[in-house]
Design a binder for this molecule. Sequence first.
Ligand SMILES: NC(=O)c1ccc[n+]([C@@H]2O[C@H](COP(=O)([O-])OP(=O)(O)OC[C@H]3O[C@@H](n4cnc5c(N)ncnc54)[C@H](OP(=O)(O)O)[C@@H]3O)[C@@H](O)[C@H]2O)c1
Length: 340
Amino acid sequence: MASMMKAVLWTAYGDPTVLKIGQLPKPVPNRNQILVKVKAAGLTVGDTELRKAEMPLPSIFNLMLRLIVGITKPTRFRVLGQEFSGVVAEVGEGCEGVALGDAVFGSTGWPFGADAEYVLKEWPSRGAGGTGGRIAFKPSNLTFQEAAASPTGGLEAVHLVKAAKVKPGDHVLVVGAAGSIGTFAVQLLKHLGAVVTGVDVEEKFDTMRAVGVDHFVDYTKEDYLKSGRQYDVVIDVPSTGPFSHHLLKSGGRYLLGNLNLRTMLQGLLFTPSDKRVAFEAGKGSLEDWDDLVVMLKEGILKPVMDKAYGWEAASEAHAYVESGKKRGNVVLVVDADESN
Ligand SMILES: NC(=O)c1ccc[n+]([C@@H]2O[C@H](COP(=O)([O-])OP(=O)(O)OC[C@H]3O[C@@H](n4cnc5c(N)ncnc54)[C@H](OP(=O)(O)O)[C@@H]3O)[C@@H](O)[C@H]2O)c1
C-alpha cells in the first residue's frame, strides 16, 4: 500500500472553508527529483485568488485555470501553496550535490502543492521558464519561515525592478508598496539608489518605512494622479487602480504587475512615444532566481514577516490574507521544528 502524507486539501472553488486537512499518497522521487519534507509554506494573495478561481486577470484566464485544474472543482491539482522551505527527505537518481537533510527552499511552479508534508522537486532547477518552479539551498541567514516567504514575491520584485532599469537617484512610485512584492521591490530599489514613493494605506506606512520608503501616499485619501508629481518609473503591483501617463517624466517607464486590459489599452493608445507602459509579469527565470538567492544571502533582501499560522488554521490564514490587513508575507507552519 502507498504511504500517505497529510496535506491541506483544496476541495472546491470558494471561500476559505473549502480548505480541509486530509491525506494524499506521499510522492516518490523519480530520476533528477528530490523529495522535500516541508517546514513552512508561504501563503500569497495568489493562493487566495487561485482558491476561488478568481485571478485578477481577464476572465479567459480563469476559464483556462478551470480547464487545467478541474472545471467544477479542483480535481487534477488538489493542494495549494506555491512556495516552501524544508529539508531533503529522499534523493532520486541523478541528483548531484544534494544530500539527505540539506535545507532547501523554492517555488513549486505548477501544479503548486506546498501546503503538504512533502513536495517533489526537480534538482537542480533547469530551463528558462519558471512553470516547473525553482529550488536552491536555504540561505543560512534566513529561518525556514523567512525562506518560505521569499520565492514568489521576491522573484516578481526582482523581475519588475530589473525591467524598470532604475538608475541611482531615479524617483520611483511603487503602488502596493506594503505587500509581498512591494516590500521586496522597495528594498531592491533602495539598494540601487532610487528615491521611493510608496502607495498603500496609512495603517501600513510603518511597514513601508521599515523597508526604506522615502515618501508616502494613502491611496484611499489622496489621488496621486492629481498631485502633479512625476516619476522616472512607476511600478504598479496590483494594477487595479487609476492610470495616467502624466505620472511619468519624459523617458519614464510604467510597469504593471498584473495584466489589466483597460490600463494596457489606455497605455498603448494614449501614451506619448517618449514614455513606455508595459505588463511585466515575472516568468521565474533561472537568472532572476539566482539573483534573488544571492540577494537574500547577502541580506540585500529580507522578507517582511507578518503572521505565521499552523497549517491546520489554513482557512483562517487565507481569510487574513484576503482581509487587506496583511503586510509583507504570511506563512503556514507545516513543521515547527526550525532545526534541519
Ligand atoms: N504578475 C504576476 O506574475 C504575479 C505574481 C505574483 C503575484 N501577482 C499578483 O500581484 C498582486 C499583488 O501581489 P502581492 O503578493 O504583492 O499582494 P499583497 O501582498 O496583498 O500586496 C498588495 C498591496 O497593495 C495594496 N493595494 C491594493 N490596491 C491598491 C491600490 N489601488 N493602490 C495602492 N495600493 C493598493 C494592498 O493593500 P489593501 O489590500 O489594504 O488595499 C496591499 O498592501 C496580486 O494580485 C497577485 O496575484 C502577480
